[in-house]
Design a binder for this molecule. Sequence first.
Ligand SMILES: NC(=O)C1=CN([C@@H]2O[C@H](COP(=O)(O)OP(=O)(O)OC[C@H]3O[C@@H](n4cnc5c(N)ncnc54)[C@H](OP(=O)(O)O)[C@@H]3O)[C@@H](O)[C@H]2O)C=CC1
Ligand SMILES: O=C([O-])CC(=O)C(=O)O
Length: 278
Amino acid sequence: MKSQSQEGHSVPSKRIAIAGLGEIGRTVARKLAEGLPGLALAAVTTRDQAKAQAWLDREGIACPLVALDDLPDHADLVVECAPAAILEQICRPMLSAGKQVMVLSASALLPRPDLIDLARAHGGQIIVPTGALIGFDAVSAAAEGTIHSVQMVTRKPPKGLAGAPYLVENRISVEGLTSALCVFKGSARDAAAAFPANVNVVAALSLAGIGPDRTTIEIWADPAVTRNCHQIRVDADSASFTMGIENVPSENPKTGRITALSVIAALRKLTSPLQVGT
Ligand SMILES: NC(=O)C1=CN([C@@H]2O[C@H](COP(=O)(O)OP(=O)(O)OC[C@H]3O[C@@H](n4cnc5c(N)ncnc54)[C@H](OP(=O)(O)O)[C@@H]3O)[C@@H](O)[C@H]2O)C=CC1
Ligand SMILES: O=C([O-])CC(=O)C(=O)O
């Protein structure tokens, strides 16, 4: 696979595979198929092959469907946008081969620091994009100095939290709420385990800043909001700042529309002659 450099030379494209053809995967696949400079959609891996093939055919995208273990043969970078439960299966073969994985299921990364060790040992790389959050540029910069605290408050429409393991185990119902209910207060590490598909954002934030044990979060099920709302307060020796984002949910109510766009922006940066932001 080749693409054209600015001088008109033919250069090999970076081969991108997508693991998980759901809300995020489809948007990213479409964009790669339309064309992103220096990048080529090389493979897709998914659970339901027939459904994935039918979607690719409808979109007019020609791309092989491959098994998880075969990803390193097909790709230089895999965008992981699959259920958290299979993060390890996606990362291990790629990182052992010294390749890159862009991880969306950040909650599943927190209990697996060995994957970072694996990347280090083989010259691979894990990239966690800003995803559905905001301000990792400022948080990363502040982390080069001393950050005293990072606090986050998340408010989601109840259906954006329904089914989370913590709610099920503790028999907390978010159905029919008439006012906001605080369903969780604690560390990013505990939140990621309790809400693995709902607050990847705080897991990623903790990795950018002061880690999963010192980053704190409150999670509210709020029938008055229609968006996934995240407020962050950072206090550091270089700056104090507060940031907020109100994400329009996608067809998957747990996932904000901006998440796939963040992945596309992060992919574009990989080969761009101009990079803006930390
Ligand atoms: N970091 C961040 O800011 C954010 C992270 N996320 C996380 O990103 C991930 C993807 O989110 P989203 O796209 O909304 O999720 P979706 O549920 O829409 O899509 C997930 C896809 O993974 C596929 N899948 C299931 N099992 C496997 C398997 N064994 N191998 C390969 N693919 C499989 C499913 O395919 P099938 O249809 O065949 O079952 C499904 O299409 C989730 O973990 C989510 O929590 C989401 C939002 C923000
Ligand atoms: O972090 C997540 O998993 C999703 C999220 O909060 C959002 O899309 O706003």
